[in-house]
Design a protein around this ligand. Structure first.
Ligand code: SF4
Ligand code: SF4
Length: 125
């Protein structure tokens, strides 16, 4: 995988909140070549800001993601979005909202969901 101008200096890992939390971070691949998962990334871009070589870490990560199977909970989130527009199940959202004294969540127009998904390049099945 092309790491571009990466020198393996380790700066990106110093700033990565995922790495600092002790979880597998894409920055490990850049820093020492170890095979870390790309799906934990929060897209905070701290690593990009920290990199002295201006490596396009985001593109590097997205290329790696496309080669891997996403974790099961990502697939479930996608299915939830496909059906309701929300990543969490509506019942769970309403339970949380009830705790906070809020009313039931607003339903999303299915036309808007289709538009959202077409923007991601995913087709409805
Ligand atoms: S991506 Fe940038 S910050 Fe990270 S190891 Fe490579 S050169 Fe250093
Ligand atoms: S964008 Fe991802 S890899 Fe970079 S610092 Fe944030 S969590 Fe870590």
């Amino acid at each position: 995988m092309d790491k571009g101008k990466c020198t393996g200096c380790g700066e990106c890992r110093q700033y990565c909140i995922v790495a600092r939390a002790g979880c597998a971070s894409i920055t490990a691949v850049l820093c020492d070549g170890s095979d870390a998962g790309a799906w934990n990334c929060t897209n905070c871009w701290k690593c990009v800001e920290a990199c002295p070589e201006d490596v396009d870490i985001f593109t590097f990560m997205m290329k790696k993601r496309r080669k891997l199977e996403p974790p099961a909970h990502y697939r479930q989130s996608y299915e939830n979005i496909r059906h309701t527009g929300y990543s969490m199940p509506i019942e769970d959202l309403n339970t949380i909202r009830e705790i906070w004294g809020l009313g039931e969540i607003r339903k999303v127009d299915p036309v808007k969901i289709r538009k959202l998904l077409s923007g991601t390049g995913r087709r409805r099945s």
